[in-house]
Design a protein around this ligand. Sequence first.
Ligand code: NDP
Ligand SMILES: N[C@@H](CC=O)C(=O)O
Length: 404
Amino acid sequence: MIRIGLLGLGTVGTGVVEILEKRQEELKFLTGEEIKIKKILVKDINKKRKIQLEENIITYDYDEILNHEDISIVVELTGDLEQGYRYIKAALESGKNIVTANKAVVSKYLEELSSLAAKKDLAFLYEASVGGGIPILKSLKEELALNKITEVEGILNGTCNYILTEMFNEELDYEEVLEVAQEMGYAEADSTADVKGYDTLRKLRILGTLAFQGEINENDILLEGISEIIPFDIEQIKKKESTIKLIGEVKELEDGFTALVQPTIIKEDSYFANVNNAFNSVVFRGDNVGELNFYGLGAGMLPTANAVLGDVIDIIKGSYRKGNPLGKRKLKNLNTKLKNEYYLRISSPNDSIYKSIENISKELLSKKDNIAIITKEIEYLEIVELLSSLGIDNNNYFIARILK
Ligand SMILES: NC(=O)C1=CN([C@@H]2O[C@H](COP(=O)(O)OP(=O)(O)OC[C@H]3O[C@@H](n4cnc5c(N)ncnc54)[C@H](OP(=O)(O)O)[C@@H]3O)[C@@H](O)[C@H]2O)C=CC1
Ligand SMILES: N[C@@H](CC=O)C(=O)O
């Protein structure tokens, strides 16, 4: 029998319990083992749970899991950054394999935890941390043996994609759609991580570091979120027969890389334009395989729990990539080479602001209630610095990259 210590019984944790229950027979057939959740750690032991549980299975004392010799796999689904890190580190140190969906922890502590797991000859798997239900990390790790990966891009956040899709197709307001995304269980406990783009950035940092076999850190990535988008922006984008998505992208260039997470305006008939609602898609390019596209639900209870349990199965069967999957390449950040046309909208305009941005403008879209322009080809940071020098607060503008 394989005994699991489950940390967290929220959206994803509940999904794990549900799938394990309904697929018990099939899992036993596949792995040759009965899989049992032995203990579940939560924050609030008195909270009413949505599912029926065995008596005394819930605890708020992590030592009950850590010191339980028969628990060989710890599944961390708390969403807590520093506490989650401490749980994972302690579990590895006491000889337990780890499965986590916590991208905040994986992104911040990727190198340390990967090397600790390798040293201890244990599994540290985090498929659900990127792309929800899409089996992207396993595929990427496999392709790395055969290919040099030169580019990874994707729609990596279900909440943002849901918001943008609903604002675009149903003409709903940002706030009301965000509330629905929270009710559906797509959003993080603190949804600013989604809408300000940090969640996408963390996923890109994980993907990029694995893909390029060299460290790409969170602060290597240019970041702009979608939290300031308003219906006026959607109207301007529609007039250009385009749509908008939050896209993360890392590209290898000469002896370095570029990396960004930015709202991106794309033509209505392009590939990413058809990735809607909570769906995610990741595309990577290898020198042998060419372009590979992955598509599936990027958030939500069952798809994410499915990815978590995929890792559990791999541990039981021993069918995961052993050792440290990270490489040692040293890559230069070449983001200053990134130039694009951008859509820029500034609210509460006045003539002096328009005069100050005229220099960077290629096309004026509106000057009435909001100033909206398409810029010349320019560096993103040049725009941000100009706006800051004009004293324009960051909740008074929206910037999106334009892909031709
Ligand atoms: N929701 C999704 O679609 C996806 C989520 N993820 C990731 O999966 C993880 C879990 O997400 P989700 O299920 O949505 O989160 P929830 O907020 O729904 O659930 C979190 C659970 O963890 C428990 N918890 C929180 N902090 C602690 C702590 N310090 N110690 C012990 N228990 C704690 C909570 O306890 P209590 O119930 O008592 O409050 C709760 O049961 C996160 O890292 C998230 O980023 C990844 C992909 C998709
Ligand atoms: N909040 C995240 C959950 C999955 O990673 C998202 O919306 O994508």
